[in-house]
Design a protein around this ligand. Structure first.
Ligand SMILES: *Cc1c(COP(=O)(O)O)cnc(C)c1O
Length: 461
């Protein structure tokens, strides 16, 4: 059962009512509210009190609460347990949600921008300090905020690759790595997986050798996802950095699934570039992310504009070409900054997240015929499981076919599992409380029992 507590919708209603009140101030003169505005204020306040009354009594809202365009209110995080892997660590902190309320207006970072007019140089509101803290957090020399990890790949790759140049990537590389290379006119060459679905340093060295033999060209970059998005297996990133450096090839560390959830030490890993995703792993509004690099590479990737207008002679100072000047100019950046203290703290508790992850996987393994496709024990909160031998057998005979599982789970308020999947599917336990993880495990085992699947003792938690 999803949480149908009417106070959830009432809470949204109250937030919206407060925004209506806020809107009155926005339309008023600095000298204060006039008579009709004051009346409007009193009217809205009375409405808010009614909503608060509804919150107190738990009376449901009269109709379904929606935004213009019939956009329903998104209450997935309030009413359900959301185990969708791409959403788990991007859930906003309460601080980020407050920052979004206060700084949602368009270019809100620009209130105090002055010479030399660049986002990361803005002293006020802690913006330039935040850039320094980000670099420190990743143990790199310089950092910039970017609109998504993909834009970080793009900035690096377009700085390093010319048309026809080669990027070595993982066989589990994210599509945005492919597209970033394609955007620069480059070519990807994939390192094969070993039998355990791991990218090893040996396989990377062999691939680099093969590429050099076949093309006569030394690859311009190696891009490795520390934990890939399919299995969330850990790859030999540190050793791969060393191998790449043997050929003078820089390493881009793709931390979309690590930066913001577990400790990442760029220097210790030997990374030349560290890329993280704000909306995937740093509890920030999309699109956001971070690109960090070393003093060696910063002058290239963060090069400033050299362009001069032929008529006007205009130049644009220290604007960085790959950043197209400035990047996150409003609520995205402030949400990232507001979450940052919590993010910096939570990476220290990764071991606890791994305990929850392994607990849940053990519950799934206790359902006879189930397997985990990711490496096990788990070193990440995201896992891919195979229930061909358990839930998929049920699906064969069920009138809903493969949809039975996601629909059974949805009935219990668990969302984020790919609808229709009963063979291989992914989940994440990241950020769930122990009570929620146990509820999730109990639900899965309960569904298995309902359909007469055998529950094994040896894995049962
Ligand atoms: C999600 C993901 C990306 C893309 O991140 P964005 O911040 O949305 O651009 C890149 N690589 C991996 C491995 C991912 O999981």
């Amino acid at each position: 059962m999803v949480n149908q507590d009417p106070r959830i919708q009432r809470t949204f209603e109250a937030l919206f009512a407060l925004e209506d009140i806020r809107e009155i101030f926005r339309g008023a003169l600095p000298s204060g509210l006039n008579q009709s505005e004051d009346q409007a204020f009193q009217k809205k306040l009375a409405e808010l009190k009614e909503v608060i009354g509804g919150l107190e009594t738990g009376t449901p809202v009269s109709g379904p609460l929606s935004l213009p365009g019939n956009l329903p209110v998104r209450d997935r995080e309030e009413a359900c347990i959301n185990v969708q892997p791409i959403q788990a660590a991007g859930r906003l902190t309460v601080e980020a949600r407050k920052a979004l309320i206060a700084y949602g207006d368009g270019y809100s970072t620009c209130d105090s921008c002055k010479k030399p007019f660049r986002l990361d140089k803005i002293k006020e509101q802690g913006i330039s300090d935040f850039h320094g803290e980000l670099a420190e957090f990743l143990n790199m020399d310089q950092a910039r905020v970017i609109p998504g990890a993909r834009r970080g790949f793009q900035a690096v790759i377009s700085s390093l690759l010319e048309k026809g140049d080669i990027a070595v990537v993982s066989s589990l590389a994210h599509y945005t790595e492919f597209l970033s290379v394609e955007h620069a006119g480059g070519i990807v060459k994939e390192v094969p997986l070993n039998e355990k679905n791991i990218i090893t340093a040996d396989a990377t060295a062999e691939k680099i050798e093969a590429v050099i033999r076949e093309t006569g060209k030394i690859p311009k970059i190696t891009i490795i996802d520390h934990f890939d998005y399919q299995f969330a297996n850990e790859h030999e990133v540190k050793e791969i950095a060393r191998v790449s450096h043997d050929y003078d090839i820089p390493l881009l560390y793709n931390g979309a699934y690590t930066v913001g959830v577990m400790p990442v030490d760029g220097k210790a890993l030997g990374a030349d570039f560290v890329v993280g995703s704000g909306h995937k792993s740093m509890a920030a509004v999309a699109p956001s992310g971070v690109l960090a690099t070393t003093e060696e590479w910063a002058p290239l990737v963060f090069r400033t504009t050299q362009m001069k207008g032929d008529l006007t002679g205009r130049r644009f100072g220290i604007k960085e070409v790959e950043m197209l000047g400035c990047t996150l100019m409003g609520g995205t950046l402030f949400s990232m900054m507001a979450s940052f203290p919590a993010v910096r703290e939570r990476v220290k508790h990764w071991d606890e997240e791994l305990r929850k992850s392994n607990y849940l996987i053990d519950r799934i393994l206790s359902i006879s015929g189930s397997q985990v496709l990711s490496e096990y024990p788990r070193k990440h909160a995201l896992s891919k499981v195979d229930t061909t031998g358990s839930f998929d057998k049920v699906a064969q005979a069920h009138k809903k076919k493969g949809f039975f599982l996601s629909s059974e789970l949805a009935k219990q308020g668990i969302k984020g599992i790919f609808p229709g999947a009963t063979k291989a599917w992914k989940l994440s336990t990241y950020g769930l409380t122990w009570d929620q993880v146990k509820y999730f495990g109990d639900s899965l085992v309960g569904i298995a029992e309902k359909y007469d699947l055998e529950i094994l003792d040896e894995h049962a938690a």
